[in-house]
Each structure stands twice: as structure tokens, then as C-alpha cells.
Design a protein around this ligand. Structure first.
Ligand code: SF4
Length: 478
């Protein structure tokens, strides 16, 4: 364990994130020296902990740089993203471009202030320019985008922390759920009358757990109530191949959906089973081919690096299988151990057992968790594989507790980049979000300030409280 002592209640999150990035396998506690009781309690409980002190009397940027350099020297490690702890490194670069800084000035700044590696500077600079180029034809500051969450999935994936309910047990409430979404759509139609709707994204969960008639009902209502004449992109995440049927694809195509995703995560059947996806690679391939046959010319795929038991050769294999399908857009994720996921729960239990010196060797359910790891080599294989398919990086973001402290990157063919992904990632446009567990964001055009309001996560509570969810949005957009 790492214990970090500070004298003032400042920058806790940044200090914790930096220490965690250098010591991912250890618990990190940041404690205020004035809270003597707490300090004593934690130190007594962890006599082997390494204790250090951080001076928080300097500016935040200085503190992060000093701490990074100190930890880098101590551990002999360099982090690809240096001392950046935020999740949107390209935003910093976008802002610098907007301030009129040259590429050289930006490179120097990222290197000297944040200690970012040359490779990541190059990647994020290219992405920032590409994003600006993609957004230049969109009057995004005066428009808005719409997100609709469908919180049902065929089964729950091991690493999932989204709002997701197994459709088998919840199919009986889907029609009423759609009625609640319709109420929210009525609100949007009134509140945003006369405003340009730029992009629409139906995500989740898995929207294609809806039956064809339910999909038709929802999209039909949307198109009836809202002006779609300027919509540049209409995505429906069809993530789980085990939820895709030809009838659903036909409905989506007929209703004007322009972009879908069919997500493998890995092309190894054994891993799919381990992570609870309950679909096979064959199913993925036939769903993808079916989507092509039905005329979808913008199909995204997601993969995850660092899945249990997978190494570089598995990533290479997955990339070679994906190349055979030639998707238009590929998002490469690093596995994030998210609080609330089954994976985080199992890992906590495993750590606890290890701490108590209880062997895990007989536990076939958790033994593979020792093998969760993402590496530079795996990232390079995925990135090269994407480029070899003719895809270029166009957005990236980082997450907390991401495997190997890497990033998630979206790659796309020219003209196929997901515009919604850029808008939400760069936080440059208001996004109205409907459905259980979704978060609406208002971006104030004049100063870039952002305010949020969320819908409750529990699906039944959401349905009971939908009027209150609408009221929250009214207030936000007053
Ligand atoms: S498909 Fe996505 S939302 Fe559904 S359980 Fe898996 S990770 Fe969660």
C-alpha cells in the first residue's frame, strides 16, 4: 500500500490518480496530516505501507509535474501520458489550437508541462486537427444532439458498469419503457423547437434487444416529433451480435439509421465465454455480414485489450479476423476495471484472499484474473492493425482504472468517423439524454461552461419518476 500525506485538503484526486498510475497493483490512500486519528488508523492497519509526503502549497500543474518526476525517478517508470490525469487530453490541445498556438508550441507545452511521450503527443495532435476538420462543417455550437439509452442486454458482461438489465427478465416492461421515452421526446420537441438536431445516438445497454416493432415504434415516434432534416448521423448501437436479426436490421435501415456497431470485443470464443457475452465469433461474423447485406455502409466495431487471459498473440489474431470483415470504424478500448462491475467485485475478493494468504489456485472462476494486462505491444498491434485496414485515429479518451494507463481510441475510414463520439468527447455541444441512467449535458456556448443533470439509473424508478426527469431537464435548459 502507498500512503501519501498532505497538509491541506487540495488536489486529492490528482495525487491519488498519479500514485495509482505508478502503482496500479497497490492500494493508495491520500491522508490529511491534520486528521491524526485517521492517519493512525490507516498506518496501524497497514504496517508495511510505504509512506510519502507531497507538498500541495504550489500550483496544481506544478504539483502534478513535481510528483510525476519524483515518482518516475523512484520507480524508473515513464507514463505515456505523463502527469495528465484527466480523461480528455485532446481537449487541452484543441484549446491550444484555438488560442492560435503553432504545432511546435503545442508539442513543447505537452512535453515540458505534462511530460507526455512524443508518441502520445503526436497521436493527440493529429486527432485534435482531425476533429477540428470533421466539425468545421457543423454549426455544433447552436445545435444539439440527442442520446437515448436502452438499458437492456442479452446478458451482463463481466466488466460492465453501465445501466443494464437482462432482457429475458425485463421484456415485459419494454413497451412501457418506450412510452416513458416518448414522454421525454415530447419534452425535447417542445424545448428544442427551431434548433438544429445534429446527431442522434441510441445506445445502452443494447438497443437491438428491442423487437423489430418496438424499434420501429421508437424511431417512428422520434422522427414524427423531431426535425431530422439536418441530422448528420443517426447511430443505433447494435453491440451484441446475439441481439441482431435481419428483421431488426431491415427496420433500422428503413427508418434511416446511418451507422450501427456490431461489437466483437475479441475474436476468441474462449474469452467471450469468460467475460459473459454468451455469443460466438461465428455469430458476430454472420451478424456483420447480414448488416452489410442490408446496406449498412458505416459499421463500427469495438474491441477491448487486456481481457482476461489474453496476450499479444490474441490481439494479433483478433485484428486479423476483424481485417477480414473490414469495418468502417473501430474503437480500441483498454479494459477498465469499473466500480460496480462484476469484474471489480471478483478482483476485490481475490485481493482480499491474497492479503489473507488464502490460496486461489483451486478457484477456476477467478484464477484467470492474474492474467489481466494490457501492454504497449498490444496497443501497437491494434493501432497498426487499424491503420493497415485504412482506418485513422479520430478521437480518444482515457478512463479511470484503465488497464496499463493507456487510452481508448476510435479509428475510422475517411468520411465515416462517428461525429457524436467527437461531440460528446470534446464536450462542445449540448447533449440531451433520455432514458434510465443517462446524463444530459448543457454546454454554454459563450464560455464553454458545462452543467449536467442525470436520470435515475434504476429502470423501474426511472419509469415511475419520468415526469421528474423531464422537470430536471427543463430546469437545466431554463
Ligand atoms: S453489452 Fe455493453 S451494456 Fe450490455 S452488459 Fe455488455 S458491456 Fe454492459
Amino acid at each position: 500500500m502507498q500512503i501519501v500525506l498532505i497538509k491541506e485538503d487540495k488536489y486529492l484526486y490528482d495525487i491519488h490518480s498519479l500514485y495509482k498510475a505508478f502503482y496500479p497493483e497497490q492500494d493508495v490512500k491520500v491522508l490529511l496530516t491534520s486528521d491524526t486519528e485517521k492517519c493512525k488508523e490507516v498506518m496501524d492497519a497497514n504496517p508495511d505501507a510505504e509512506i510519502s509526503e507531497v507538498d500541495v502549497s504550489v500550483s496544481k500543474n506544478q504539483l502534478k509535474k513535481d510528483t510525476y518526476l519524483k515518482l518516475s525517478e523512484k520507480t524508473g517508470k515513464k507514463l505515456p501520458w505523463g502527469n495528465l490525469t484527466g480523461i480528455r487530453p485532446t481537449r487541452i490541445i484543441m484549446n491550444l489550437i484555438e488560442e492560435g498556438k503553432s504545432d511546435k508550441e503545442i508539442i513543447d507545452h505537452m512535453r515540458n508541462q505534462y511530460c507526455v511521450s512524443d508518441e502520445k503527443i503526436d497521436l493527440s495532435l493529429k486527432i485534435a486537427h482531425r476533429e477540428k476538420d470533421i466539425l468545421k462543417d457543423i454549426d455544433y455550437k447552436n445545435g444539439y444532439s440527442l442520446y437515448i439509452g436502452i438499458p437492456f442486454c442479452p446478458t451482463t458482461c463481466l466488466y460492465c458498469s453501465f445501466t443494464s438489465y437482462p432482457i429475458g427478465a425485463f421484456s415485459g416492461i419494454v413497451d412501457d419503457y418506450i412510452s416513458c421515452l416518448e414522454k421525454e421526446i415530447d419534452y425535447v420537441a417542445e424545448e428544442f423547437k427551431g434548433k438544429t438536431l445534429d446527431t442522434v445516438y441510441i445506445g445502452g445497454g443494447t438497443p437491438t434487444t428491442l423487437e423489430p416493432n418496438q424499434l420501429e415504434r421508437l424511431i417512428g415516434y422520434l422522427k414524427d416529433k423531431l426535425d431530422f432534416s439536418k441530422v448528420k448521423e443517426f447511430t443505433v448501437e447494435s453491440g451484441r451480435p446475439d441481439s441482431i436479426t435481419r428483421d431488426k436490421l431491415k427496420v433500422m435501415k428503413k427508418m434511416g439509421v446511418t451507422r450501427i456497431s456490431v461489437n466483437p470485443q475479441t475474436m476468441r470464443d474462449e474469452t467471450l465465454k469468460l467475460i459473459g457475452r454468451r455469443h460466438t465469433v461465428d455469430q458476430l461474423v454472420s451478424s456483420f455480414n447480414m448488416a452489410r447485406e442490408e446496406g449498412f455502409d458505416n459499421i463500427n466495431m469495438d474491441i477491448i485489450l487486456g481481457l482476461p487471459g489474453e496476450g499479444a498473440s490474441d490481439v494479433a489474431y483478433t485484428m486479423s479476423k476483424i481485417a477480414e470483415l473490414a469495418p468502417d470504424d473501430l474503437t480500441v478500448h483498454s479494459l477498465a476495471i469499473k466500480r460496480g462491475s462484476k469484474l471489480a467485485e471478483i478482483m476485490d475478493q481475490t485481493r482480499q484472499r491474497t492479503k489473507n494468504n488464502l490460496s486461489d489456485s483451486n478457484n477456476s472462476e477467478t484464477g484467470y484474473l492474474d492474467e489481466i494486462n494490457n501492454t504497449v505491444e498490444m496497443m501497437e498491434i491494434a493501432s497498426k492493425g487499424a491503420r493497415d485496414m485504412g482506418l485513422e485515429p479520430y478521437y480518444l479518451y482515457r478512463q479511470k482504472n484503465i488497464s496499463g494507463n493507456f487510452e481508448n481510441t476510435g479509428f475510422a475510414r475517411k468520411g465515416k468517423a462517428g461525429i457524436y463520439n467527437i461531440l460528446i468527447n470534446e464536450e462542445v455541444q449540448s447533449i440531451v439524454a433520455l432514458g434510465a441512467g443517462t446524463v444530459t449535458k448543457r454546454v454554454y456556448g459563450f464560455d464553454g461552461r458545462i452543467e449536467r443533470c442525470d436520470n435515475v439509473k434504476d429502470v423501474k424508478l426511472y419509469m415511475e419518476q419520468v415526469d421528474e426527469m423531464i422537470k430536471r431537464k427543463w430546469k437545466l435548459f431554463l
